[in-house]
Design a protein around this ligand. Sequence first.
Ligand SMILES: [Zn+2]
Length: 81
Amino acid sequence: MTDVLDRATETEMRNSELALRNQQESARQTESPLIIEGNRCCLDCEDVVPKKRLKAYPDAVRCVYCQEDFELKEKQINGCC
Ligand SMILES: [Zn+2]
């Protein structure tokens, strides 16, 4: 009997964990891309984001350089240690 209960709790925990992860994922994707003359442009420097990059990262809203910069700054803000 306890076995069934254990399993139910486990499933519930896994579900809420998944929901939380989905929430975090969607929170990260709130930035809408900058479109200039039909081209997707970098949010920071307004250069056109290369098609090659968009192919690899369809959700990219920055060029490689600004994205690296952005992630670096984000890491510093969230600073783990
Ligand atoms: Zn840029």
